[in-house]
Design a protein around this ligand. Structure first.
Ligand code: PGA
Length: 253
């Protein structure tokens, strides 16, 4: 068992209106009230951020955005910046989710800037990395992870690296019902930790590394039991408050 606090985040993607967000939190907050040994984070769509922040204010649940632009302001129609997120009390931000890399051409160059911008603004970056099925089949998993981790953290100073949360999300396991085996998730998260140790052994020891990809109440405990896996980034199963609360419970030390 590591000294790192477990971290369970709900990535809602483009799901839930404000009314649905309020109903979810009405059920979730009492269900996780006892889990004071776990960091619980909800990532709703932008319109639900303010109501989610207000509703969770007196709880341990923290609220994250799903994306952010690397500049403070500018002619970037449709984008949202770090100061806009911190002004409303957002705690964290998901960066580099594979859906953003694939559908919105998010690059490692932009991510390297986003991670630093988020840290400087006081937002906790939840940086997503992971290989596609073709890359795994070609035995390129480690080279992909090495490239993403090295580039995306490239501008972060050593003493801030552990303020980033990394989510290892194999693209072939996202939304497919095909979870990585605990061995596969363990190997990849351990590789990520060794990669970070190349920069700073102290940061590698403190850094939280999550697994994401078809995490459910039924498989959460065996994944969380691995020393190298500090939590989960949960998509589909996070839309149901009882399922998500069960995953939080399964991660308790
Ligand atoms: P999933 O999504 O749990 O539905 O596979 C995970 C994610 O995309 O973060």
């Amino acid at each position: 068992m590591s000294a790192r606090t477990p971290y369970i985040a709900a990535n809602w993607k483009m799901h839930k209106t404000i009314a649905e967000t309020e109903a979810f939190l009405g059920e979730l907050l009492p269900a996780v009230a006892e889990a004071d040994d776990v960091d619980v984070v909800i990532c709703p769509p932008y319109p639900s951020l303010v109501p989610a922040i207000e509703l969770s204010a007196r709880s341990r649940v923290r609220i994250a955005a799903q994306n952010m632009h690397e500049d403070e302001s500018g002619a970037f129609t449709g984008e949202v910046s770090a100061p806009m997120l911190t002004e409303i009390g957002t705690d964290a931000v998901v960066l580099g989710h594979s859906e953003r890399r694939t559908h919105f051409n998010e690059t490692d160059e932009a991510l390297a800037r986003k991670v630093v911008t988020a840290l400087d603004a006081g937002l906790e970056p939840i940086l997503c990395v992971g290989e596609t099925e073709a890359e795994r089949d070609a035995e390129a998993t480690e080279s992909v992870l090495l490239r993403q981790v090295t580039r995306d953290l490239g501008s972060v100073v050593d003493r801030r690296i552990a303020d980033v949360v990394i989510a290892y999300e194999p693209v072939w396991a996202i939304g497919t019902g095909r979870t990585a085996t605990p061995d596969q998730a363990d190997e990849a998260t351990s590789f990520i930790r060794r990669t970070v140790a190349g920069r700073s052994t102290e940061a590698a020891e403190r850094l939280r590394i999550l697994y994401g990809g078809s995490v459910k109440p039924a498989n959460a405990a065996e994944l969380m039991a691995r020393d190298s896996i500090d939590g989960a980034l949960v998509g589909g199963a996070s839309l149901d408050p009882a399922d998500f609360a069960a995953i939080v419970e399964a991660s308790r030390p």
